[in-house]
Design a protein around this ligand. Structure first.
Ligand SMILES: NC(=O)C1=CN([C@@H]2O[C@H](COP(=O)(O)OP(=O)(O)OC[C@H]3O[C@@H](n4cnc5c(N)ncnc54)[C@H](O)[C@@H]3O)[C@@H](O)[C@H]2O)[C@@H](O)CC1
Ligand SMILES: [K+]
Length: 482
């Protein structure tokens, strides 16, 4: 599990640790790690041209002390001093080591740029001259190494307002910051390297966490000797309408590929015919009235993809949400509950899987506001609605009250195509039916779905059905790697 923290959490841990150490120790640890990472990126340090962008706080201090180490190894290091003040001890040591102060045009000849403009002490959009320097560094040909966080990215949320550094490598001190895992910030970091400065024992419970291959492999249910199709988990799928048949086919496909022991599908005539043709494995109940009575026993439900939003859908939603079983609500199901939020008041687990627009309707917020602050809105929605929220998008996040938000690291933009959400519902529903709680089911499903998307796309466009097909390969791949 990779865990990350807000700026406040890190600052508090730093204070506790610093009180036990001689002054300056942490900055030296940070600078040593930063200089080593820069040297590795450069390959050859001696004679290389390094430009430091130095802001007025300790982030600039880290850059100067790392610059000092590189200068001692023969690099030609120039510091562009951007702030009204500069870390004094760092600057003095840097100059003693042979570093020089330069104007911003030094950026034009750099082999490597070190972004020490701002770190966790930043507030709001980058001001001038920092903003201009960040843009100049981005436009240059030299790789940029960000100190702690790419300047312009909010360390606690991943928000970017205005200019922000686009780094090849981010060398972060003590612990990961939330903003390095959440878009749009995550898209600016390049590779992230963590420097251990001894903060570990002083950190609180994490703000966010990202699963790894090993975590998912450990969480995924595996059939044992005792398993039969019923014990492996039976999923009920209520999806599709005579107008929208594909959603049902894709959701059932996702569920079958994700290890459900059995999938029971119920719906009107058109989607029933399509699902039967595509998935002879599914057990099908044609519905001529909105009732789950004849569907048979299931361990969890998926409700919503392509279901429509009229009385039919409302009646099915009321019945399914009235059971004591885990329910995943997606797509049209979300529109139904947005119109009648009392349906979500239940004691059994509920996992909702909205994209930003669907969540906006559910919690009466603006779609753009949600896109700009995905974590905060997912967290707030989980608390407000009393459900587990899987918010789909450029970084999919899974929020449940009193738990760190799970951030999905496997996404790919190739997945932004129609129908992939229906597959995700099926995969997550299958995991619910196999006994995972909604938090683990949601985050493992997002992980597998992202991995399957990458395997299916392999650098080219994909169709949603390809993602379902690739789910078993994704399971194999992550099991093989762990
Ligand atoms: N305190 C320590 O012992 C350690 C500090 N570390 C480094 O110190 C950093 C935090 O240092 P600081 O708390 O001094 O804060 P920063 O250096 O991150 O930034 C604060 C400075 O930036 C200016 N600033 C804030 N927002 C701005 C904006 N939007 N545009 C332009 N200027 C802005 C402020 O006026 C202030 O002078 C960490 O990110 C990390 O790099 C690490 O070396 C670990 C150890
Ligand atoms: K920085």
């Amino acid at each position: 599990m990779r865990t990350a923290y807000t700026a406040d959490q890190i600052r508090a841990a730093e204070h506790t640790l610093m009180a036990t150490l001689p002054p300056g120790t942490l900055m030296q640890r940070a600078a040593a790690g930063l200089a080593a990472a820069c040297a590795a990126l450069l390959g050859k340090v001696y004679g290389s041209r390094v430009v430091l962008l130095v802001g007025s706080g300790d982030n600039g201090g880290d850059a100067l002390w790392a610059g000092e180490r590189l200068a001692r190894r023969g690099a030609r290091v120039a510091a562009v001093l951007a702030g009204a003040k500069t870390h004094e001890a760092g600057l003095a040591a840097f100059l003693r080591a042979g570093g020089r102060v330069a104007e911003r045009d030094a950026l034009g000849t750099a082999d490597l740029v070190v972004d020490g403009l701002v770190g966790i002490g930043a507030s709001g959009a980058l001001r001038e001259p920092y903003a201009g320097l960040a843009e100049e560094a981005n436009a240059g040909r030299a790789p940029v190494v960000a100190v702690d966080v790419p300047s312009g990215v909010d360390a606690s949320t991943g928000r970017v307002e205005g200019a922000a550094v686009r780094a090849r490598l981010t060398v972060t001190m003590g612990a990961l910051k939330t903003g390095l895992l959440v878009d749009p910030g995550a898209a600016r970091t390049g590779r992230v390297e963590l420097v251990d400065i001894g903060l570990g024992p002083h950190l609180p419970g994490p703000d966010v966490a990202a699963l790894t291959d090993g975590d998912v492999a450990g969480l995924l249910p595996r059939p044992g000797n005792e398993s039969d199709k019923y014990r492996r988990g039976v999923l009920g799928v209520l999806a599709g309408s005579d107008l929208y048949t594909g959603a049902a086919v894709l959701a059932v496909g996702g569920a079958l590929r994700a290890g459900a022991g059995m999938v029971r599908y119920a719906g009107p005539a058109e989607p029933v015919a399509q699902v039967r043709a595509a998935w002879p494995e599914a057990v099908i109940t044609p519905l001529d009235r909105p009732s789950i009575e004849d569907v048979g026993r299931v361990q969890a439900w998926v409700l919503g993809p392509g279901l429509g939003t009229g009385d039919w859908a409302h009646e099915l939603a009321a019945q399914v949400l009235g059971t004591h079983l885990p329910v995943l609500v997606d797509a049209d199901g979300l529109s139904v509950v947005a119109g009648d939020r009392s349906l979500l008041r239940r004691s059994a687990p509920t996992l909702i899987t909205p994209h930003a627009g669907e969540l906006a309707r559910l919690i009466r917020a603006g779609r753009e506001d949600i896109e700009a602050a995905r974590l905060e809105h997912a967290r707030a929605a989980a608390a407000e609605l009393g459900v587990t929220v899987l918010l789909k998008g450029s970084t999919t996040v899974v929020a449940e009250e009193s738990r760190p938000v799970r951030v999905n690291p496997t996404g790919t933009s190739w997945l932004a195509t129609g129908g992939t959400g229906d597959v995700l519902s099926g995969v997550a529903g299958a995991l619910l039916a196999q006994g995972l709680g909604p938090y683990d089911a949601g985050s493992c499903a997002a992980y597998l779905h992202g991995l399957a998307g990458r395997l299916a796309a392999d650098g080219a466009p994909l169709a949603a059905a390809d993602v379902a097909t690739a789910v078993p390969a994704a399971v194999r791949a992550l099991t093989a790697r762990t």
